[in-house]
Design a protein around this ligand. Structure first.
Ligand SMILES: Cc1cc2nc3c(=O)[nH]c(=O)nc-3n(C[C@H](O)[C@H](O)[C@H](O)COP(=O)(O)O)c2cc1C
Length: 174
């Protein structure tokens, strides 16, 4: 079975991104092994820090995964700083990091009607700068996400069906 590393872009307990990730992970039971990264434990990027065990564990998680699934909100038209910080840690050495050739899948989420589409575009651009492979498929945007969460899970069956179909194609490509 292929392994997927889920990387939520929000840290808050009631996060709709995390609720989306949980619902997608539930859909993948029996289809993929899933692990969820905890990017909130990472220090701010600092090239002088060379031996942080949490950074090493995060980089090892990316290296070990067959594919990385980002589920992120949009903050001020881009990706949240906590997510960019995690990506930056795993992006060295430039063009030869654990993200090089890594298949990546992106789901964006927002409280509003645009579903984080601008953050999704920025994230793809960032990933291309690391020579990783954002999955080319229909874009998955979760709109008005906060009103679609119950008991910590996204409840929008239509978008979950749509995302599950795309994730199944992603798994098939790994
Ligand atoms: C700092 C900040 C910036 C935000 N900027 C945007 C934005 O640019 N576009 C957007 O659609 N929503 C924006 N939002 C609203 C988020 O989409 C909404 O809060 C969402 O629920 C955050 O994701 P989460 O539920 O996973 O924490 C912003 C929220 C915060 C806290």
């Amino acid at each position: 079975m292929k392994s997927l590393l889920f990387v939520p872009g929000s840290l808050r307990a009631a996060s709709s991104s995390r609720a989306t990730a949980r619902a997608l992970i539930a859909r993948l039971e029996g289809k993929a092994e899933t692990v969820t990264a905890d990017t909130g434990v990472l220090p701010h990027y600092n090239a002088d820090i060379a031996d942080d065990p949490k950074v090493a564990a995060w980089i090892a998680q990316v290296a070990a995964a067959d594919g990385v699934v980002f589920v992120t909100p949009e903050y001020n038209y881009s990706v949240p700083g906590v997510l960019k910080n995690a990506i930056d840690w795993a992006s060295r050495p430039a063009y030869a990091s654990v993200f090089k050739d890594k298949p990546c899948f992106i789901v964006s989420v927002s409280g509003g009607p645009l579903g984080g589409v601008r953050a999704q575009g920025h994230l793809k651009y960032i990933l291309s700068g690391m020579l990783s492979r954002p999955f080319a498929d229909k874009e998955i945007l979760v709109t008005s996400a906060n009103s679609k969460v119950e008991d910590g899970m996204l409840t929008d069956a239509a978008i979950l069906d749509f995302a599950e179909e795309s994730l199944t194609r992603f798994l098939g490509s790994l």
